[in-house]
Design a protein around this ligand. Structure first.
Ligand SMILES: NC(=O)c1ccc[n+]([C@@H]2O[C@H](COP(=O)([O-])OP(=O)(O)OC[C@H]3O[C@@H](n4cnc5c(N)ncnc54)[C@H](OP(=O)(O)O)[C@@H]3O)[C@@H](O)[C@H]2O)c1
Length: 265
């Protein structure tokens, strides 16, 4: 059996650091062309120089997930440099005021969170879908979190704003999977990234605990396999499978890659 994404043209959003960058690395290592994006020119420059050491088939564009026009521009630029898009992996950032409990949030925070997680997904999906339907081949993967399966009060903004991605994937699958375009959600567990560490440091500060103590209590002991996930070996293999020709029968699905973190069945 050969699981291959060689030659596939992949757009990974929010990908100059953390999970997105590691996902980009994995696809590049498997012979795909990849477009990365984020808001900061400097982060883009640093990430591109790191990723170019793996493959020259990597390109980067500045784009803000909360800005509709910049997302449409991103898709146009990605389509242009790769002569099309076969795979969309929608990764996201985090709301600036997270972790925060409901009473600490204001409506601007909600506007941001809904733009970041939901309207961005709708905007980019609308922009990439016509080409995928024309070429009768496409893979769209929305990255989500175990905390959508088992909501956490301090992640209310993210959990509520990205929960509808499962509905979106299911509805789009019903309508379009017959054209060999699949739509899935992957709910991730804990990966040791700059974003995750920032959240854990904030929690440590709020609760007067040390960072190691917080990591032990909130990540390691909550995870059945008792460790952080590693994107390259724990998450990327699934994404590569879903993005390959062999992934064509998995669609409208929500798949957990969380080391057993969520307590829900
Ligand atoms: N790490 C985990 O354990 C974990 C677990 C479950 C789910 N998640 C989710 O996975 C996603 C990525 O997490 P991470 O830990 O890899 O985050 P991270 O280390 O903070 O990296 C986030 C990346 O997204 C970019 N970004 C942030 N806001 C953006 C925006 N508005 N528009 C475009 N790009 C943006 C950042 O670059 P710029 O700052 O330059 O824009 C950066 O490249 C988040 O949605 C997080 O909630 C993470």
């Amino acid at each position: 059996m050969r699981i291959s994404v060689t030659g596939k043209r992949v757009l990974v959003t929010a990908s100059t650091e953390g999970i997105g960058k590691e996902v980009a690395k994995a696809f590049l290592s498997e012979g795909a062309s990849v477009v990365i994006s984020s808001r900061s020119e400097e982060k883009l420059r640093l990430a591109l120089s790191e990723l170019k050491a793996i493959s020259p088939q990597v390109y980067g564009f500045r784009s803000d997930l909360t800005d509709r026009k910049s997302l449409e521009d991103l898709v146009a630029q990605a389509r242009n440099v790769m002569s099309g898009i076969d795979v969309l992996i929608l990764n996201f950032g985090n709301p600036p005021r997270e972790p925060s409990y409901f009473e600490e949030t204001n409506l601007e925070d909600w506007d941001y969170a809904v733009s970041l997680y939901l309207l961005s997904a709708i905007t980019i999906t609308k922009a990439v879908l016509p080409d995928m339907l024309r070429q009768k081949w496409g893979r769209i993967i929305y990255l989500s979190s175990w905390t959508v399966r088992e909501p956490q009060p301090q992640f209310v903004l993210a959990d509520v704003a990205r929960a509808p991605l499962a509905q979106l994937a299911k509805i789009l699958s019903h309508h379009y999977a017959q054209y060999n375009v699949t739509f899935n959600v992957v709910r991730m567990g804990s990966f040791r990234t700059p974003g995750a560490l920032k959240g854990l440091e904030e929690l440590a500060k709020r609760t007067g605990r040390g960072l190691d103590e917080v990591i032990e209590a909130e990540v390691i002991r909550r995870t059945d396999v008792r460790r952080f996930g590693v994107v390259g070996t724990d998450l990327a293999p699934l994404l590569i499978f879903l993005a390959s020709d062999l992934g064509s029968y998995i669609t409208g699905a929500v798949i957990d890659v969380d080391g057993g973190t969520s307590g829900c069945v």
